[in-house]
Write a protein that binds this ligand. Structure first.
Ligand SMILES: [Zn+2]
Length: 292
């Protein structure tokens, strides 16, 4: 079975045009006018394929095979009718919001790929997988300064409190913004997922690094995600007379910082897996020796 590559590409190109910064990457913050236009585009594409579209209180979008599409499959209609009720669903998708002047494929590729997969299966009449396409809202966090906002609500990490706490640059609360967009009122039980009902989540995403290209590979499967952490380190030295203090008695903070920086680089580069673009777990424990 083959997807319709031209159709998929034309969807992605159409979404690329929905931007606040034409000819300068794609800028489409969640809940903005352009975001609404992009949502409308996806909704139209999904509905014309015969799928149902639902949006939760946070603006996360969910697309499923509808009864009409399920019955299109010859001889399989009875089985596919119950495709969602008898098995755990398989979630596919990503996000369509972007950072300022972002790339046109980030997120969109995953959403459109999911849509194209569903269209292909539906047209082929083999709607036997309980697929659900999701577009996570405010994934980039460009609007409210908190990344993966939509999925944080889905997991229940965020709730009622964050609706008022999260504010954008103009001081507008997330709750107010969601109301403006016309999304349904927040009810925890309608937003938080029951993960017992989810078999898997698949996201097709462009590689944002050079490894696949260097290795000549067309696809890779992510088995580990960086747990990025940012540390602020203060190194305190001792000030003294430049001319009168012998080198051996100096406590120069900048020198110590230079050693720290060099060591961090060395430890990361010594990792046997560095060429794969991943670092082994043992290197999560940095051990720096700084001369005093
Ligand atoms: Zn992304």
């Amino acid at each position: 079975m083959k997807i319709n590559g031209d159709r998929m590409l034309s969807d992605m190109k159409a979404l690329r045009e929905i931007t606040d910064t034409p000819r300068s990457g794609v800028t489409r913050f969640s809940y903005s006018q352009k975001d609404q236009e992009a949502r409308a585009y996806i909704t139209r594409a999904a509905e014309s394929a015969g799928f149902t579209v639902r949006t939760d209180a946070i603006g996360n979008m969910f697309i499923r095979f509808a009864e009409a599409a399920l019955q299109a499959g010859e001889g399989t209609s009875a089985a596919v009718k119950n495709v969602y009720s008898e098995t755990k669903r398989i979630v596919v998708g990503s996000h369509i919001d972007t950072v300022r002047n972002g790339g046109w494929l980030d997120g969109v590729y995953g959403v459109v790929a999911g849509l194209e997969t569903m269209r292909t299966l539906s047209e082929d009449g083999t709607v036997t997988l309980p697929l659900e396409l999701v577009n996570f809202a405010e994934e980039e966090g460009s609007n409210f300064g908190s990344t993966m906002t939509g999925s944080k609500f889905i997991t229940g990490i965020y709730g009622e409190e964050e609706l008022d706490k999260l504010r954008n640059d103009q001081g507008v609360s997330l709750r107010k913004m969601l109301q403006r967009c016309g999304f349904p009122e927040y009810k925890r039980e309608e937003v938080v997922w029951d993960f017992e009902q989810v078999r898997a989540m698949l996201e097709l995403h462009i590689e944002q690094g050079p490894v696949l290209e260097r290795k000549g590979l067309s696809i890779g499967i992510v088995d580990v995600v960086y747990g990025m952490s940012v540390l602020e380190v203060t190194l305190k030295g001792v000030g003294n007379h430049a001319g009168a203090t012998p080198m051996i008695d100096r406590r120069d903070a900048l020198t110590a910082a230079a050693v720290c920086i060099g060591e961090a680089e060395r430890i990361a580069k010594e990792d046997p897996e560095r060429d794969n673009g991943s670092y082994s777990r043992q290197n999560q424990r940095f051990c720096l020796t700084v001369p005093t």
